[in-house]
Structure formats: structure tokens, C-alpha cells
Design a protein around this ligand. Structure first.
Ligand SMILES: Nc1ncnc2c1ncn2[C@@H]1O[C@H](COP(=O)(O)OP(=O)(O)OP(=O)(O)O)[C@@H](O)[C@H]1O
Length: 839
């Protein structure tokens, strides 16, 4: 048999669908039935029974209401969504079962406590596709149209959304780590999609957004907005517009290259430590950190915009200008997030106070920049565009109305200041007086009755009463009216107490009601200012990032890059930005000279010599420069780069079941298909995953393909152990570089210095010794090397490839094998011999 409560839950559950339903009951969020069985192990809480032993016995688990936010991530991480049901009336307002409704549905992509969360919708129409992405916390909404499955996959991998919305039956993206939400196909359909987007934003037409040519993107956007409305139970007011991102302004780095270069995640554990982002992120606000990430992802391709950004950074490198500005920024909260919380109806009074403090601080910012010389040229820098709205009236109103430190809970009162609303002030005074009168009443009855322990108490069911213990019952005055009998005491009221109670209760509820009205007015006022607040937040974020870049430049002695000729890349004393802090000592600076006439280099030299570091340095400096940062070099002059492609070392694709060589070739194919003459290509030891003969042939063919690219060779750095490759420099477009090494008393000393010309030989065996290989193996290898025909630094071209070293080995091995006296060896010695050969 079902109780009314269980019937209510069943109704809510129908609405929640797949989501786990959490229903607020008193101080707990309870989860019932099947949901409890699914959720209890994930949340690591006990599964019990509600109504145990009765006909309505149901599995149940629950979490304390104050701990909801700490339990939700566990559910989301396990791929569940959560529907949160709350009472819609107060206990004193209704008799019996409280009415309840679902207030929001939290899905992996709409959870608000993480900056980097993206909710994403995908729609395909033929080869075209469209992605819509929303960061609900900040209200950032982006639309990316594109073509081709490969580009789609790369884009999704780069954006790594937490939740992907797809049409029912639509093809999925295998291996993408994101929760999936399926919506009916009609929600993506173009004609309806347009209506939905117009209605959502209250627009007349879509021309401003420029979405018309991209029906797939429009479909994705509409489905995404549907999902937001369904989960948030309304249209969040902080979503104000859509930014359309076209391929031309697409990322400088794809996901693989960003990983290889450790821009956002390190190669060790995927964490932030030691990354380029961590090095630069001296931002004082969360808005700044988010924008910095965007600048690193989407660097500038416009010369004048880039020059301006460098000039802005240059102006801020002076401590006396930057420090006072940063001191203010330190006090600015995340305006985007606060606005988002207001729009979603989640903002608490203390958060509103945070917004007020932030705005108050920002009022001082233009003057602070002006103090430091608001000369015409500074105005031109647009560090703080004159037209930036400061939202002073909003700030003033919040200061006038909102209490100094408002409590979290509206019920307790005290959110609104005195003097804001005359009626509120009156009831407040009443409530305060009534309390005083009640204390007096208590004292009066205590004296009259002589019962020292006489006290007025309160509970929800009986309201206010006098409680008198059994021992004192004889002294109860005649005007006391019995209310309730307990085991050890009796409860009474008096006419006076009843009258005061009514007055007090109505004053308190009036106060809460009037404060709520005022609070709603303030929240509505914030929303009215949302466009201005968003513009303000953008200006703050930009100033914050510029100051952070300037601070890094100042601390590490970086210099301003210069724009040069197309396909130029000149570095004097360039240093790897992250290496120094990793090594704890200075790193060796190196030069590079690329021009349209000679844009390629083959880099040779021993293992551990610093080839990879040199290659990465060049790429990282371009990323920095094009994001608007200064660079760790004495001089950097370069022509704008459209994309950076890297093929470096092993990759985590291995986990997905591809061989090292397959991954290497797949990545190289992508590079060859997409690189243009304006790209920067970094190839580290291409072809080493297969036989020397094949590897060398491939490496050379790849280099030649790039050299002969239509429009001119892209700037390319090619690190290799194949000496044969150095022959490529016979062509004037390609130069040889090598990393220097000194050999001294049989020890190798890596100088990490890059010099012109090819390396003289490999030093592989010496490096192996450094690595601690057994001495017998090293000696054996040296003997074998001496027997082998010399590996020439200038070997024939691969059309007549040199005999690779280890193809000689079987003969040497056979000679040795034949020389063994097997009759005098134990089986273990024989096994050890074989093992030593395998090493
Ligand atoms: N410019 C430099 N200044 C200081 N130390 C450096 C520099 N370049 C490289 N190193 C140090 O040498 C180590 C090896 O460098 P790197 O990995 O670049 O060598 P490599 O030539 O690419 O080796 P392999 O051929 O084995 O991949 C680095 O981890 C770093 O500690």
C-alpha cells in the first residue's frame, strides 16, 4: 500500500526520469526506492528501509541537507544526474503532507562548482556539424560550426566537455569521456531551432549572431537551450548572447600539441603543476584565470591587436603602475559566477554582499589607472576602455539596502538594513519589543508564583508555553491554563502569553516576508544590470590577465616580441619557459634563425643533448607571443603563425589500443594534411617506431613533403637520430643544427647548446652507460660497433640506404654463439648469456 508521501515521491520521480531524485525531508535529502539502491554505493552511505516492516516498506538512503554539495560530485562522477525536490510551502502554512516540486536537475554539464565545466550539444547535417557549448556558472555560450569527422573529434577532444547532448539515434563520438544525454531528434530540427533560440533570448532575428549559414550549429544550440530550460526549470537570465567561433579564429594548438607542450596539463600526472598556464597564471581573479586560458587557446592573428596587447603588457611591467591595480583586483570576486547564481535563483544574501564589495572596489579602478598617467597614449591602450560601465547605481543601492554582513538564511531576518522600508522597520520594532515583553512576562510570573525554574519555552507544535516540573505543580497560579501533560512536567499558557505570542509570530513572519520582498527587488536589480555587469567582468578579466603577463615578464626578465616577415622565426637566447623552475637553475639559452628562404632545420645530436627541449622552446615561445605575452628570449622576431603542429614522443593514445608507431603515423598524417606555409611544425624523432630502413625512408619523405608544400615550406624543426637526414641540408631551404656535447675522460658532458651544422656522431652507447646499463653490455656494444661498417655522418640518401646497425648483428652473434663451450656452462649461465644478448 502506498502512503501519500510515497505517492508524492512517485509523481516527482516520473518528472525526474533517469535522474536520481533527492527529496528534502526536514534536515535531510532522502533518496527512495530504486534510486536509493543505485545511489547508496556511489555515495558510500548506508542503505536502510523507510517504514520498515509495514506494507509500504521502501529502500532509502539520505544525506544531510548542508552536505548536499559535497555528495553531488560523487553522483555526477558516476554518470548520474540528480533531481533536487524541495518543499514549496512552509510547515506552518499547510496541514499534513508538505507539497514538493523539483527545483532543478543537476547533470554533469550543469553542475556549478567547477569553473571548467562545459555542457555541449552536437548536431550533424551531412558532413557539416555544429557544437554548442555552455559554461552555466559564468554564462559563457559558444557555438562552433565545422566540417568533417576528424575536425569534430579534435575539437571535442580539445574542449573536453563534461556532458554531451546528442539526438536519439545520432552517431556517438567513441572514446570521448563525457556523460551522454539523448534528446529527441525534433529538438535539433532547424526551423524549430530558430524559434527556440529567438524565444530564449527574446530576439527578433538571428542575423546579429551570424548563425544562418550553420543549420547544424543552430540545431545544437536549440537542443542545448532546451536542456538548460529543462534542468534549470526556466531560462537563466545571465545567458545573454552567443559567440560564434569560426575555424579561422580557431585554436593555435590542437589538443595533442597542447598536451605535448604541457600548456595546460603536465606530462607527469595531467595536473597543473609545471605547466605554461601555471607559470603565467598570476591572475588575481577567477575571471582573469579563465580568460588567460582562452587567450592561450585562441591566440591573436591580427597584427595590430597583437601589438596593442604587447603595449598594454609593457605599460604594466612597471611595478608602480601594476601593483596598486593588482591590489584592487585581489579584492574582486568572480562577477560572472555571482551573476550566474543570481540568474539561476541560487544566490544567497552573503553572495549579494560579495557582489556589492566587488563593485565598490571596482569604482576605484579607473582612477587608479589614471593616477599612473592616463595620458592620451594610455587611453589609446584601452587598458580600461572609457565606456566600461561601473554599475555605480547598482552598487549604491546594494550598499544602501543590504545589511553589512547578511545571514545566509532569510528566515532569521537581518538581511535588509534599517531605514530601507518603513513598514519593515515598524514590524521589526514590534518583534523586538514583543520579545522584551515576553521576557518581562516570564519574570513577572516567576515572581508571582515563586517557582524559580519557571521559563517560557517554544516548540513548533505548541508554540509558546510555561513549563512547570511535577515538583512545582502545587504552586501553579490559578490563571494558568493547562496545555499539555508530560511524564515529568506540565505545560501551561496564559491569556497574556497567547496575546503576545500572536503578536510576536505575526511580526516575525511579516518581517521575513518584507525582507524577502526587498531581497527579490535587489536580485531583480542585479539582473537588470546583467549586460553591464558582463561587460564590466570582461574588462576586469582582461586587465587582470594583462597584469599577470606583465608580472611574469617582470619577474623572469622576459622581453617584448617583434613582428617580422612572413615565415620568419628568429630567436636570440631563447629559453624554455618552464625548464628553469623545474631544474632549479638557469637553462642554456639558444638561437634560431628561420626565414622564408630557409624555414626548416634538421636537429641532430646525442640523446639527452637537449633536442626536444630546443624544439619545444620554439613552439612555446610562439604560443606565448601570440597570446600577447612577453617571451623568455633576448630577441624574438617572427611572422604570425596560423597553427602549431607537434609530433613528440609517446602518447597516451596507447591506452586506447593503438601501437606507438600507429599513433605516430596518425598524428603525422594529420599534420601533413593540415599544415600550411604559415604553420610551425615540430617533429621529434619521426619514424623511430619501426625498422631503421622504413623509419628513415618515411622521415625523409615527410621532410620533403613539407619542404615542397604549396605556398612555401612551413617553419619546421625536425629532430632525428638518423644522420642520413643531415644530407637534406644540401637544399638551401634546410639548415643543419646540432646539440653540442663534450667528451672528457670517457664521460659525456651535455652542453645543451645548439650550434650550426650536423652532429659528428651518435654517442648512444655513452648515454646508455650513463643510464646504468651493465658494463658487459656496454663493452659488447662497443665491440659490435667497431666491427660494423662505420655509420657515416653523411651517408648516402635513402634511395641507397646505409645498412642499419643491427642488421649486421646476427652474424656477430652467430660467431659468438659458435665460440661458446656449452659443455662447460650450467643451464643458468646459458640463460644469463641469452638474457645479456637480448639487452
Ligand atoms: N637548454 C637547456 N638548458 C639546460 N638544461 C637543458 C637544456 N636542454 C635540455 N636540458 C636538460 O637535458 C635533458 C634532456 O633534454 P632533451 O629531452 O631535450 O634531450 P633530447 O636530445 O631530446 O634527448 P632524446 O634524444 O633522448 O629525446 C632535459 O630534461 C633537461 O634537463
Amino acid at each position: 500500500m502506498s502512503t501519500p508521501m510515497l505517492q508524492q515521491i512517485a509523481g516527482l520521480k516520473r518528472e525526474a526520469g533517469e535522474a536520481v531524485l533527492l527529496t528534502r525531508m526536514g534536515d535531510f535529502y532522502e533518496i527512495l526506492g530504486e534510486d536509493a539502491i543505485r545511489a547508496a554505493p556511489v555515495l558510500e552511505i548506508a542503505l536502510t528501509l523507510r517504514g520498515k516492516g509495514s506494507e509500504s516498506e521502501t529502500p532509502m538512503c539520505g544525506v544531510p541537507h548542508f552536505a548536499l554539495e559535497s555528495y553531488l560530485p560523487k553522483l555526477l562522477a558516476a554518470g548520474f544526474s540528480a533531481a533536487i525536490a524541495e518543499p514549496t510551502a512552509k510547515p506552518e502554512e499547510v496541514k499534513g503532507l508538505l507539497p514538493r516540486a523539483i527545483k532543478r536537475i543537476i547533470t554533469p554539464g550543469t553542475w556549478l562548482d567547477d569553473d571548467a565545466r562545459w555542457l555541449c550539444a552536437l548536431h550533424r547535417t551531412g558532413p557539416a556539424w555544429g557544437l554548442a557549448l555552455l559554461q552555466l556558472a559564468s554564462g559563457a555560450l559558444r557555438v562552433l560550426p565545422g566540417e568533417g569527422e576528424e575536425a569534430l573529434r579534435a575539437t571535442l577532444e580539445r574542449l573536453s566537455p563534461q556532458e554531451l547532448i546528442l539526438a536519439e539515434g545520432a552517431e556517438d563520438i567513441p572514446d570521448l569521456e563525457a556523460a551522454r544525454t539523448r534528446l529527441p531528434g525534433w529538438r535539433f530540427e532547424a526551423s524549430r531551432a530558430k524559434q527556440q533560440v529567438l524565444a530564449f533570448f527574446g530576439w527578433q532575428h538571428l542575423e546579429g549572431v551570424g548563425l544562418d549559414p550553420y543549420p547544424a550549429a543552430l540545431g545544437a544550440l536549440a537542443a542545448l537551450l532546451d536542456h538548460v530550460e529543462a534542468t534549470q526549470k526556466g531560462r537563466p537570465a545571465h545567458l545573454q548572447g552567443v559567440s560564434l567561433e569560426l575555424g579561422a579564429s580557431g585554436p593555435l594548438l590542437d589538443a595533442t600539441s597542447a598536451r605535448h607542450l604541457e600548456v595546460f596539463a603536465n606530462g607527469l600526472d595531467g595536473g597543473r603543476a609545471g605547466t605554461l598556464f601555471a607559470l603565467l597564471d598570476q591572475c588575481r581573479t577567477r575571471m582573469g584565470s579563465r580568460l588567460l586560458r582562452a587567450w592561450l587557446e585562441q591566440p591573436l592573428r591580427d597584427r595590430s591587436a597583437l601589438e596593442r596587447r604587447w603595449s598594454q603588457v609593457a605599460w604594466l611591467t612597471e611595478d608602480r603602475r601594476r601593483t596598486p591595480i593588482q591590489a584592487l583586483l585581489d579584492q574582486v570576486p568572480d562577477l560572472d559566477r555571482l551573476l550566474g547564481r543570481v540568474a539561476l535563483g541560487l544566490a544567497t544574501p552573503p553572495e549579494l554582499a560579495q557582489l556589492r564589495e566587488g563593485l565598490a572596489v571596482l569604482q576605484k579602478l579607473p582612477a587608479r589607472i589614471r593616477d599612473e598617467g592616463w595620458a592620451p597614449e594610455v587611453a589609446e591602450l584601452e587598458l580600461w576602455p572609457e565606456a566600461t560601465p561601473l554599475c555605480a547605481p547598482l552598487c549604491g543601492e546594494l550598499q544602501r539596502c543590504l545589511a553589512e554582513a547578511p545571514p545566509l538564511d532569510l528566515e532569521k531576518g537581518g538581511v535588509i538594513r534599517e531605514g530601507v522600508d518603513a513598514e519593515l522597520d515598524t514590524v521589526r520594532r514590534l518583534a523586538r519589543d514583543a520579545k522584551q515583553v515576553m521576557l518581562e512576562l516570564e519574570e513577572e510570573e516567576r515572581r508571582a508564583s515563586g517557582i524559580q525554574s519557571l521559563k517560557i519555552k517554544y516548540n513548533r507544535v505548541f508554540g509558546y508555553y510555561f513549563e512547570i516540573t511535577k515538583a512545582n505543580l502545587g504552586a501553579v497560579p490559578a490563571h494558568f491554563l493547562r496545555k499539555q501533560t508530560l511524564a515529568n512536567a506540565e505545560r501551561f499558557t496564559t491569556e497574556k502569553l497567547v496575546a503576545f505570542e500572536q503578536r510576536l509570530l505575526s511580526a516575525e513572519s511579516d518581517q521575513a516576508r518584507l525582507e524577502a520582498v526587498q531581497l527579490q527587488r535587489l536580485l531583480a536589480l542585479v539582473l537588470e544590470h546583467r549586460a553591464d555587469l558582463t561587460r564590466l567582468a570582461r574588462a576586469v578579466a582582461a586587465l587582470d590577465v594583462l597584469a599577470a603577463l606583465a608580472e611574469r615578464a617582470r619577474l623572469s626578465g622576459w622581453t617584448r616580441p617583434e613582428l617580422g616577415e612572413d615565415r620568419e622565426l628568429a630567436l636570440a637566447a631563447g629559453r624554455h619557459p618552464m625548464l628553469e623552475s623545474r631544474l632549479g637553475r638557469e637553462c642554456i639559452p639558444n638561437d634560431l634563425q628561420f626565414s622564408a628562404a630557409q624555414p626548416m632545420a634538421v636537429v641532430t645530436g646525442p640523446n639527452m643533448g637537449g633536442k626536444s627541449t630546443f624544439l619545444r622552446t620554439a613552439a612555446l615561445l610562439v604560443v606565448l607571443a601570440q597570446a600577447g605575452s612577453f617571451v623568455p628570449a633576448e630577441l624574438m622576431r617572427f611572422g604570425l603563425v596560423d597553427r602549431i603542429f607537434t609530433r613528440i614522443g609517446a602518447s597516451d593514445q596507447l591506452a586506447k589500443g593503438q601501437s606507438t608507431f600507429m599513433v605516430e603515423m596518425t598524428e603525422t598524417a594529420r599534420i601533413l594534411n593540415q599544415a600550411t606555409s604559415a604553420s610551425l611544425v615540430i617533429l621529434d624523432e619521426i619514424g623511430r617506431g619501426t625498422s631503421t630502413r622504413d623509419g628513415l625512408a618515411l622521415a625523409e619523405a615527410i621532410a620533403l613533403f613539407l619542404r615542397d608544400l604549396k605556398g612555401g615550406a612551413p617553419r619546421t624543426l625536425f629532430a632525428t637520430h638518423y644522420f642520413e637526414m643531415t644530407k637534406l641540408a644540401d637544399d638551401s631551404r634546410i639548415q643543419n643544427l646540432h646539440v653540442e656535447v663534450q667528451e672528457w675522460e670517457e664521460q659525456l658532458h651535455f652542453l645543451h647548446r645548439v650550434a650550426p651544422g650536423p652532429a659528428d656522431r651518435s654517442y648512444g652507447i655513452q648515454v646508455a652507460r650513463l643510464a646504468g646499463l651493465p658494463r658487459t653490455v656496454i663493452q659488447k656494444a662497443q665491440r659490435l660497433l667497431a666491427q660494423a661498417p662505420e655509420a657515416p655522418p653523411r651517408a648516402p640518401m635513402p634511395s641507397q640506404p646505409a645498412l642499419p646497425l643491427f642488421e649486421v648483428e646476427p652474424d656477430a652473434l652467430r660467431t659468438e654463439l659458435e665460440a661458446l663451450d656449452l659443455n662447460r656452462m650450467t643451464p643458468l649461465e646459458a640463460l644469463n648469456w641469452i638474457a645479456s644478448k637480448r639487452a
